[in-house]
Design a binder for this molecule. Structure first.
Ligand SMILES: [Cu+2]
Length: 669
């Protein structure tokens, strides 16, 4: 479905609702609140002694930072920030010429997005530690982070979507990662009055092929009624061919949603049989619609990202693929839809509901077979609530949002308004414990809590309000997560830890699964970057019109060349720097005075390019920004910039540009 290829330079609810919005609970900050244990006991449970390592990697979405924070659990220590949808000056992501295409979209190069949810790749319903998928909310996209390198290697834009909130949840063998549109839109986009919402606006649910790196693609989209689609989960076990999507605004309001989208007693979970849709798509059902969406891939060997614009997408409708989607009535403005480890129970978090409804997959199947339909919406059968209900958790608290599972028969639901986690028993629906959060929890996460094999040891609460938990830092306070011990009967609060950006969802995985696959450096022999320089004699400078290419190497503790002359004001200077090190954790950095982008951080064996356009004559220092050796401070050099038309020859150290080709040839090995 690809047509054009773009490359870089070298290749390139009235009162209730008001309570939701403003009425977060302010629990008293007592010395030892309910649900906590003695400080010494708590400390010993999160203490990771010097030289010891954490048991879990936790990947917390960075919200409006557009990045992912990687933390160790139980310590809560920040290990790394992985930039995905935002530029990151710390390592040059989105600034270097090789990584700029990663942020390319049909709207142009976008330096920021809002990253909400994470999903680890799965094999047979278990986290396998290969990849982390993340969503961009504002400009709909899904990114893939390789957990061998902790780098973003692929980003796919999602067409026909506005607000990619229900994403990137994943099927149990990583067949598909999904994307549902929060905002319904005229699809395809059109100039229509907003008041025509009910008639002209639609939602989409997209299934993105995820199993092969570098080959993400929208396999098919399902056109659905113009509601707001919120969150989703794949089934597992008996329900593994299904995906469950919450929706709200079945009222189809387009103004003052806080009132107008909160009127109906029930909205819907859309139960979608993706196997059935897949069969329809394979059979050529539906239509191919014109589209324009970017697919950005970082090549494994050149380490250069390229952008391909895809021009078509297969669109299915409920009518073109019958028996593939059903609506499950669910009270009230549901937010989370979570599936228990057995795959039988689908738990909804109705933001405005007074119960936590739990649907039964077996009953859903029976209701479909029996045609126990209440009605139909746009040809989509609405199943009878009583026919599919497994049970309701009564009086859970206010504002149930999300549920995770411990694999021991219990579920844990976050309650935003009453600011707590409730623990309840699957099957009997009785509440067995409550623990306050500080404050106003959104998502919660148990390592493996969304899989068939949760680790019932810890629970992380990701809170929306911090208030008095940390030293104040001006008008914006630290973002906050909290760690609970859930290994016993009662939840115990162990630790507060601040996070980078606003954490929405997160995943955590046993560290051993990710440690085992770590890449220590990129092989210099395998470096296929077109401007790679694999030895110092091959370094040098060359001019092509107003463009000066500098082929440079970095190794402890010098750049080669370290003196460049003959650059002129207004030239575009491209520093292609290859890090010749072949050892773990020896990146070199590169910065030059007056560069208007970022530094570069170049991993061992990798080539990265910084673009610099000097605006005034003079001599400009450059240096390594990453402390690399005892003589790191000596790792420096100069670039002389002369006026336009100057007779100063282009030289790398004392070697003139013209002599370099022959020199490089002589030393080539
Ligand atoms: Cu260095």
């Amino acid at each position: 479905m690809s047509v054009t290829r773009r490359t870089g330079w070298f290749l390139a609810a009235a009162s209730v609702v008001a309570t939701v919005a403003y009425g977060f609970a302010c629990a008293p900050a007592s010395k030892q609140a309910a649900g906590t244990i003695g400080a010494a006991d708590a400390a010993s449970k999160v203490y990771v002694a010097p030289g010891q390592k954490d048991e879990f990697y936790a990947f917390l979405s960075g919200g409006f930072s557009g990045q992912v924070g990687v933390y160790g659990l139980p310590s809560g220590r920040l290990l790394k920030i992985v930039p995905v949808f935002s530029q990151f000056p710390e390592n040059g992501y989105g600034y270097s010429e090789e990584t700029k295409p990663m942020l390319e979209t049909s709207f142009g190069n976008i330096p920021w997005d809002d990253l909400h949810h994470t999903a680890l790749s799965q094999t047979n319903g278990e986290d396998d530690g290969r990849w982390l998928f993340v969503n961009a909310n504002n400009t709909p996209r899904i990114g893939r982070v390789n957990l061998a390198t902790f780098e973003t290697e692929e980003i796919l834009q999602i067409p026909n979507s506005g607000g990619n909130h229900g994403s990137p949840f994943i099927t149990s063998n990583t067949e598909y990662t999904i994307a549902s549109t929060r905002f319904s839109l005229p699809i395809p986009q059109a100039d229509v009055p907003i008041a025509d919402y009910k008639k002209a606006f639609k939602g989409t649910i997209s299934f993105v092929k995820a199993s092969e790196p570098g080959k993400m693609d929208v396999a098919f989209q399902l056109l659905v009624p113009g509601y707001d689609y919120d969150l989703a989960r794949a089934g597992k076990g008996p329900s593994k061919d299904w995906m469950f999507f919450t929706s709200y605004n079945s009222e189809q309001a387009y103004e003052k949603l806080e009132v107008n989208a909160s009127k109906a007693d029930k909205d819907f979970i859309a139960a979608v049989n993706w196997k059935s849709l897949e069969a329809c798509a394979t059979a050529g059902k539906g239509e191919l619609w014109p589209a324009n969406y970017a697919h950005n891939v970082m090549d494994e060997f050149t380490r250069v990202a390229t952008t391909e614009f895809k021009k078509q997408v297969r669109v299915l409708t409920p009518a073109s693929c019958p028996n593939s989607i059903y609506f499950l009535p669910t009270p009230k403005s549901p937010h989370g839809a979570d599936v228990d480890p057995s795959g039988e129970y689908i738990v909804a978090g109705g933001k405005l509901a007074t119960v936590i409804p739990v649907h039964s997959f077996a009953k859903i199947q029976k209701a479909i077979a029996d045609k126990a339909f209440e009605t139909a919406v746009d040809g989509i059968p609405v199943l009878k609530y009583d026919a599919i209900l497994a049970g309701e958790v009564k009086d859970p608290g206010l504002g149930p949002l999300h549920t995770e599972f411990d694999g021991k028969g219990y579920a844990y639901t976050s309650l935003f308004i009453s600011s707590e986690v409730v623990k309840w028993k699957l099957g009997t629906w009785e509440i067995v414990d409550r623990a306050p959060t500080y404050y106003s929890i959104g998502h919660l996460m148990i390592p493996g809590g969304a899989t068939t094999k949760p680790s019932g040891k810890y629970l992380v609460a990701m809170n929306k309000i911090t208030k008095d938990r940390y030293l104040p830092t001006g008008p914006e306070l630290a973002q906050s997560a909290q760690l609970y011990d859930i290994s016993g009967e009662k939840m115990k609060l162990l630790l507060d830890f601040p996070t980078v950006g606003e954490p929405h969802y997160a995943n955590a995985i046993l560290a051993s699964k990710v440690q085992a696959i770590q890449k220590k450096f990129y092989s210099i022999a395998d470096n296929k970057h077109p401007m790679a320089t694999k030895s110092e004699p091959e370094t040098g400078v060359s001019r092509s019109g107003k463009v000066v290419h500098v082929r440079m190497t970095a190794i402890r503790s010098h750049f080669s060349p370290d003196n460049i002359e003959g650059v002129q004001v207004g030239d575009t200077v491209l520093f292609h720097i290859t890090n010749l090190e072949q050892d773990w954790d020896i990146p070199h950095g590169f910065a030059i005075q007056g560069a208007t982008n970022a530094e570069l951080l170049i991993m061992p064996g990798e080539t990265r390019t910084l673009k610099w356009v000097p605006k005034a004559l003079g001599v400009y220092p450059m240096y390594c920004t990453d402390f690399c050796s005892a003589l790191h401070q000596e790792m420096q050099g100069y670039v002389r910039v002369s006026p336009v038309g100057s007779s100063v020859p282009l030289m790398a150290n004392t070697v003139k540009a013209q002599g370099q080709a022959a020199r490089a040839e002589k030393f080539k090995h």
